[in-house]
Design a protein around this ligand. Sequence first.
Ligand code: ZN
Length: 196
Amino acid sequence: MQELKIRLDEDTLNKIKELSEKHNMTISDIVRDAIKSYIEKTEPSTEQMPTLKMIITKYKSKCSKCGKDIGIGEVAYWSKGVIVCLDCIIASMGDKTLATKYIKKKELEKVIKGLRKIADELEERIAEYQQRLKAMEIEQKKAEVYDMLNDYLKHFNDKRLEEIANKLKEIEEKVEEAKIALTLKLKQSKKKTQGD
Ligand SMILES: [Zn+2]
């Protein structure tokens, strides 16, 4: 340990003496503690922050270590009350190439996670479109049958067939009603899940 001489005003010295008696510590210990906690407060080192988490920033901020501006959407390291810029993290790691590689990997993982989410959403949408397409095909087939039926009825006066055609129309109206109810229900449940 090296020695350091400092001048203190009487008030401060008296306060230190008071603390020394109160806590049963030497004056040196108290001064050392005070300096140490000052350094920790103004210059948090990465070793003291093992729980730093890599984030993509959502707000503008300043690096707790070097004071550099951190913009929105940048990669930074965060812990409660502390945000450290990428440069400081790289600087704090011994091997710079390794550190850069590590951070690149972490960055990629974030991007992949984001892409995976988009892919999931697209997959969901494709399934929805496929269902719609299927419904459209059924509509098309139905229209064809109706055309055939109407065409036939135009040329032949068939009471039984007419009856069947009317029944079909009735069924179709019911199906249409059910479809509307189902769409409404789907929309409601979608809103519910989005609201969560
Ligand atoms: Zn920094």
